[in-house]
Design a protein around this ligand. Structure first.
Ligand code: BES
Ligand code: MN
Ligand code: ZN
Length: 465
């Protein structure tokens, strides 16, 4: 899809907006859609009007924007996505958005348009219909550019996360990372990971024929006043390991690298957005969790990078083991803040469904900032508790801790486990097990990866002062 600023309304479809109880900026639409047909403009509803030569464009698509006082940037994204989905449904190749009075929402409109146009049809013989040209009349060039960069980052994330595990292997993630422009990237292989004493991560990786890759990307610009590390869970496939998952739970476990895919998307955008005076690290401990003959076993005792020992209670609680070593690594970088994003627990899915992602951390202000950034980015994050008591269930008789405890409160238990590997740095953990990958379409998102985290983390790191 080509996106550009235009004043030329000679196109296939002009897309206009209508607030409830207000007229549009288009006389034809007011006469036919509003007066004759009573189109109210409830949020997300659309009305298609043929112009029969009365104006140069063939059709007008009126998009309901709901009540003006409730409109905001998140609504803009949704409205644009819905409009584009409608345009694809009527097989319009070219269209122009002519939204009056919404000039401050250019970035969100572009992001929404891309979300509406997204599909993953790489493996289909018959390709999906996509819009070729989309013009925008009232937006600023800078906002359109920024929206495009965000949207392309999301698309990269969604494409990687949607790929089968056969394709998106640890080596593939490493290859993608090393091709991102403007970053200083280092890939560590198994021997180097051993030298870094990442005993927990290595144990998880052992059961698979696919070798692990530890990926460290670095963006730096100007005189860094702030340094942030972003970690993504990178389980390219989670079979559960020796504690094998049942078939139905294993089916979508190619999505267990959604956190990693998010970080690749975020890092891919930095060289284009060029945030100033900041250093941003992107870290992924990529591997597969498989029950191969070298697989780690229940009852094994692992030593993480910071020397803490972990009794393996369940090999399916592997994400926190890989993150443990990644968090130690990030803590040693001496950054100001660490954020990890992970498809970590089924318990988080039970608690929040596919509506919201769970957030925990060790610094109240940072937790609030991340949640607030999510809100304005069109993502829903919700804080979950990290009471000390959750640690009780992780008590081990033979090691410093077990990797799992009770089934109850599982998202928080995972949070307090991770906390053991964070030292001297502000930290936020985002559990996206329920929100990263949809098994059926929801809102403006289709089946598969949602690119969760990309918009929030990009806004978070670029708005740092
Ligand atoms: N990758 C899963 C979590 C998950 C569940 C992600 C559903 C996406 C959708 C994780 O590695 C896992 O298996 N967690 C276990 C932990 C348990 C053994 C304590 C779980 O949540 O069941
Ligand atoms: Mn697992
Ligand atoms: Zn997992």
């Amino acid at each position: 899809m080509e996106i550009k600023i235009t004043q030329d309304l000679d196109t296939e479809v002009i897309v206009i907006g209508k607030f409830e109880n207000e007229n549009t900026n288009q006389e034809l639409a007011n006469t036919y859609a509003v007066e004759k047909d009573g189109f109210e403009g409830k949020f997300g509803e659309t009305y298609l009007l043929h112009t029969y030569g009365k104006i140069p464009a063939d059709k007008i698509l009126v998009v309901g924007l709901g009540k003006r006082e409730q409109f905001n940037n998140v609504k803009m994204t949704e409205a644009a996505a819905k409009a584009v989905k409608k345009l694809r449904q009527i097989k319009a190749k070219k269209a122009v958005f002519n939204f009056d009075g919404l000039s401050e929402f250019g970035k969100e409109a572009v992001i929404g348009a891309y979300i509406g146009d997204y599909s993953f049809d790489k493996y289909k013989s018959e390709k999906d219909f996509h819009i070729e040209n989309l013009g925008f009349v009232n937006f600023a060039e800078k906002d359109i550019e920024e929206g495009k960069i965000f949207a392309e980052a999301m698309n990269l994330t969604r494409n990687i996360a949607n790929e089968p595990a056969e394709y998106a292997t640890p080596a593939k993630l490493a290859e993608i990372a090393s091709h991102l422009e403007g970053l200083d990237t280092k890939i560590y292989d198994r021997d180097e990971i051993k030298k870094m004493d990442m005993g927990a991560y290595l144990a998880v990786a052992r059961g698979s024929a696919e070798p692990p890759k530890f990926i460290h990307m670095k963006y730096s610009n100007g005189n860094p006043k702030k340094r942030i590390a972003l970690i993504g869970k990178g389980l390219c496939f989670d079979s559960g390991g020796m504690d094998l998952k049942p078939a139905s739970s294993m089916l979508t476990m190619r999505d267990d690298m959604s956190g990693a895919a998010c970080i690749l998307g975020v890092m891919s955008a930095l060289n284009k957005l060029k945030p100033q005076d900041i250093e941003i690290h992107g870290i992924v401990a990529a591997c597969e969790n498989m029950p191969g003959q070298n697989a780690y076993k229940p009852g094994d005792i692992l030593t993480a990078k910071n020397g803490k020992t972990i009794e393996v209670d369940n090999t399916d609680a592997e994400g926190r083991l890989t993150l443990a070593d990644a968090l130690c690594y990030a803590s040693e970088l001496g950054v100001d803040e660490v954020i990890d994003i992970a498809t970590l627990t089924g318990a988080c899915v039970v608690a929040l469904g596919s509506v919201a992602s769970g957030v925990m951390g060790n610094d109240d202000k940072m937790i609030k900032d991340v949640i607030e950034t999510a809100k304005v980015s069109g993502e829903k994050y919700w804080e979950l508790p990290m009471f000390e008591e959750y640690k009780d269930s992780l008590k081990s008789d033979i090691a410093d801790m077990k990797n799992t405890g009770s089934r109850y409160g599982g998202a928080s238990a995972a949070g307090v486990f991770l906390k053991e590997f964070v030292s001297n740095v502000k930290w936020v953990h985002i559990d996206v097990a329920g929100t990263a990958f949809l098994e059926k379409p929801k809102g403006i998102f289709i089946y598969g990866s949602t690119g969760i985290g990309v918009r929030t983390l990009l806004n978070y790191v670029t708005e740092q002062k």
